[in-house]
Design a protein around this ligand. Sequence first.
Ligand code: NAD
Length: 361
Amino acid sequence: MKHTITLIPGDGIGPEVSLATKRCIEAAGVDIKWEEFIAGEVAIKRFGTPLPDNIIDSVKKNKVAIKGPIVTPIGSGFRSVNVQLRHALDLYVCLRPVKSIEGVHTPYKNVDIVIVRENSEDLYLGVEFQEGTPECKKIIDTINSLSPKKVRPDSGISIKPISRFATTRIVKFAFEYAVKNNRKKVTAVHKANIMKHTDGLFLSIAREVAKEYAGRVEFNDAIVDNLSMQLVTRPQNFDVLVLPNLYGDIISDLCAGLIGGLGVAPGANIGDEIALFEPVHGSAPKYTGQNKVNPVAMILSGVMMLKYIGEEKAALKLERAVFDVIKAGKSVTYDLKKDRNDPAAVSTSAMADEIIRSMKA
Ligand code: NAD
């Protein structure tokens, strides 16, 4: 069956890892018509916007997309294209499996965690007020008139909404995922001891939803700072983690570190009808155009995509080839070598070549 899939290579290292991924997916024997779009900084130069409307239209039509990372300027410039896409397409789940891979050099063994990050609200909603503007002053005046705690007049403000609606659907997703994938435990992550009305709400809803799964899936909760400590000491104690947006972002990178780094951490953004697959890592600008970085995170995001579209056989074939090449340890990028300066490390495209060769062997 032929699939039509939207491909957004992104910027920075995005085009390099996207090309490697496209070649590997095609070599796995899946018939795909790609609808390819530029986004991010290159799109600004060409179209005056980082996210041209035809990208959203294409993803809505095809229902499946894969993208490379896109740079987000810090402090100024355009709003994150990644966040915009997730919001515009209501991709409310960010699913990031973190599983140890044989042959990757890391002190941690037998890590097998699934991160379920809420994608639609929290501090990422983008409701922000710049310090010194009349809008910001109005917000501060209103807060100071309503609250006994006073906000300093020279503050910038970012709003953190956590809703009953979004929390219920993300926690339900986490439990349903656990049931379908034979996982044993869901841990809700929060800072409810400090933020009683946002994280507190998240925790109380998680507890309510957990009751529906009692006897089938175990439930507990963890405060995010304590969780961070436990993850680096006993990651094997965790199974499925469900988190609000910001903690999910941070803990994703921490967990990627447990299994060898961002070069091997895949992900997906999922809504009720649409899914967009992308690696956890960003555009790593300092490596742009060097054909040097690890394509595995994006290739494994492609494996997740193949499973999602029902191409299970091709997915397993590609996944096997990736794991075999990593285990052999020869034709791998610098980050997978014991010594990151090992001159025997291969390029992004050469690692993809080896994965393709392994599938054919
Ligand atoms: P980053 O993930 O781009 O890179 C951090 C470091 O991780 C790199 O310097 C590199 O050492 C390593 N790394 C990342 N990807 C790798 C790979 N494939 N192989 C080997 N090593 C790899 O994080 P950053 O530097 O904080 O962010 C750069 C830009 O990317 C920022 O503008 C940020 O906003 C954006 N970003 C985009 C996304 C996305 O598109 N979904 C996600 C995260 C960050």
